[in-house]
Design a protein around this ligand. Structure first.
Ligand SMILES: [Fe+2]
Length: 384
């Protein structure tokens, strides 16, 4: 364990922070795993060859979605205000589109002026050790004090209560991923934002995120998540086959860009409690612009799914477009990539901390609960 507390490491503004050393070595690969889908037993190994019309159809959907994903990237969607009901967005029509375009133009213009005048710049890291760790490993585990965790619990309990109520009305087998997430809003849950922001400022987390991302950053979202042993999204990966579930199931990179995320454990999480897991240092793997877009496009248009119809559509794409952001379930256990991934795979159980800051561009997974229930907060840090 390394306690960062020397004056040379910490500016007066940041509290001393307890950062645990990770037990795994960094990822030795330089790219994301390359998967041979023609040889994969659930893809080329069993599916019929796609017809010409299937190929054309898949390509049409891909191109349309690629345009959508490109647009999101160009407008820097993750770093713009949300089109939420809270912001008065009632659905896409001429008036809301006009409103969004006007807002977009106004924000872009003010950011540009800020950049030119030097007013819009990344924060100075109050805690350089934190910044250096996230740069090197893509993940940092911190330990918040018990009273800070109590404050966070108190501020987010109302949100978790609403989530409990919602989940109680849906049978476990019918619950979708989103049924287990409660998105706090600044109007309905101001205490959740204020408490998290206070704690983050105390440790220099917001400044470190800003310096890492190279832009001003704030707490964009706070959401509560409940996962339990009934939510088995990572099991039965290929439901129509007898193939055993692969080790890499649910390993993915995020479809989002330009943000850091933070998981706060509101109770202790052991190896069976669905800890957040990360391939140490994998955020530094080389993913070209086009490759990143292709991976996200397949996730957005549903071609990354593993039911037979989704796999059939995926296989109808030209080989160079067959890449996913959610690729882990397709990794055969005997591939050399898996050996490298296992080596760098780190499970952030509670003994490493209760506040896990990470870059979603690195390979990760979490919420795979074997026993009991996991209650966790996810905080998204982006330009707001
Ligand atoms: Fe993720």
């Amino acid at each position: 364990m390394t306690t960062i507390e020397t004056l040379s490491d910490v500016a007066p503004a940041a509290h001393a922070v307890d950062i645990r050393e990770l037990p795994t070595p960094p990822y030795r690969g330089t790219t994301l795993p390359d998967i041979d889908y023609d040889a994969h037993p659930a893809y080329g190994g069993m599916l019929p060859k796609p017809t010409l019309s299937e190929r054309l159809y898949a390509l049409k959907i891909f191109v349309k979605t690629f345009a959508f994903v490109s647009l999101r990237r160009i407008v820097d969607y993750e770093n713009m205000p949300l089109l939420s009901k809270e912001a008065g967005f009632s659905g896409l029509n001429f008036s809301t589109a006009l409103r969004y375009v006007t807002m977009f133009a106004r924000i872009r213009a003010s950011r540009m002026i800020g950049t030119l005048t030097g007013a819009r710049r990344p924060a100075m890291p109050a805690n350089p050790a934190l910044l250096n760790k996230i740069k090197a490993d893509g993940i940092v585990c911190l330990t918040l004090a018990p009273e800070e965790l109590d404050q966070i619990r108190n501020a987010t309990n109302p949100g978790f209560a609403k989530l409990d109520e919602r989940r109680a009305n849906i049978l476990p087998e019918k619950r979708k991923f989103d049924d287990n997430v409660y998105w706090c809003t600044r109007t309905a849950d101001p205490a959740a934002f204020a408490t998290v922001e206070n704690v983050f400022k105390r440790y220099g987390i917001i400044e470190a995120a800003s310096a890492y991302l190279g832009r001003p950053v704030g707490v964009k979202h706070v959401n509560g998540q409940i996962n339990d042993q009934d939510l088995t999204f990572w099991k039965r990966v290929f439901p129509d086959t007898k193939l055993a579930d692969p080790w890499g199931s649910y390993l993915h990179i995020d479809a989002t860009y330009g943000m850091l995320k933070c998981a706060i454990y509101v109770h202790d999480i052991g190896p069976d409690g669905g800890p957040f897991c990360y391939i140490r240092g994998s955020q530094n793997a080389r993913i070209g612009w086009f490759e990143g877009m292709v991976r996200r496009t397949n996730d957005f248009c549903g071609f990354s799914g593993r039911r037979p119809d989704a796999r059939q559509k995926f296989m109808a794409l030209p080989a160079f477009l067959r890449r996913k952001a959610d690729f882990g379930g397709d990794l055969p256990d005997n591939s050399p990539d898996v050996a490298r991934l296992r080596e760098g795979h780190f499970a952030a159980t509670s003994n490493y901390g209760n506040c896990v800051l990470f870059d979603g561009n690195g390979m990760h997974r979490g919420g795979m609960v074997n026993k009991g229930e996991r209650r966790c907060l996810f905080i998204l840090l982006a330009e707001i």
